[in-house]
Design a protein around this ligand. Structure first.
Ligand SMILES: CC(C)(COP(=O)(O)OP(=O)(O)OC[C@H]1O[C@@H](n2cnc3c(N)ncnc32)[C@H](O)[C@@H]1OP(=O)(O)O)[C@@H](O)C(=O)NCCC(=O)NCCS
Length: 148
């Protein structure tokens, strides 16, 4: 029987799929393969991949937990799978995982022009803390937090 769509921890075998999604979503601002490799070997980070029943990678997310603070370091859904609830499921997975690890607050930065991401985070109760000018080169970022 084929496994249902599911979220699991990423391995090195997922790097090419993750990179393809990253480039599709962030273009010139995409992380490099080296950056993902570093994250995969960082004990404070967890990289999650969402795969469909055929094993196709739909999206991924990166959670960092240090002491009682959690941070969403990356989140992206392959364009053709957007607006189907997968991004929300990945954020909910990170929230549950961060709580389990003992975090009490979750933080993130989001490009001020990424309206779908802002809508997603606000729908889950994240509250805007402030603005970081030129956080992404010339683009500004909002900082958000959620009490876990
Ligand atoms: C942000 C992103 C991850 C959302 O993933 P997604 O799977 O498409 O989102 P979901 O289907 O789970 O949406 C959940 C909720 O978020 C909000 N939302 C998501 N996309 C939206 C859009 N285009 N317009 C308005 N609201 C949106 C809605 O409230 C939605 O609930 P609804 O569909 O019941 O109305 C995806 O758009 C993406 O990969 N964007 C590019 C990368 C990016 O900006 N990442 C964030 C880095 S901080």
């Amino acid at each position: 029987m084929m496994p249902a769509p599911h979220i699991s921890l990423a391995s090195k075998n997922d790097l090419d799929d993750i990179l393809e999604i990253e480039i599709n979503c962030f273009g010139a601002h995409a992380w490099t393969k080296e950056m993902f490799k570093v994250v995969l070997s960082d004990v404070t980070c967890k990289t999650f991949v969402y795969k469909d029943a055929l094993g196709t990678t739909i999206g991924f997310s990166i959670l960092r937990v240090v002491a009682d603070e959690a941070e969403i370091d990356n989140l992206a859904i392959y364009p053709k799978f957007k607006r189907l609830g997968f991004g929300k499921a990945l954020v909910e997975k990170m929230i549950a995982n961060a709580k389990k690890a003992g975090a009490t607050t979750m933080f993130l930065e989001v490009d001020t022009t990424s309206l779908p991401a802002i809508a997603l985070y606000e729908s889950l109760g994240f509250v805007k803390l402030g603005l970081r000018k030129n956080y992404y080169g010339t683009a500004d970022a909002y900082t958000y937090s959620l009490l876990l």
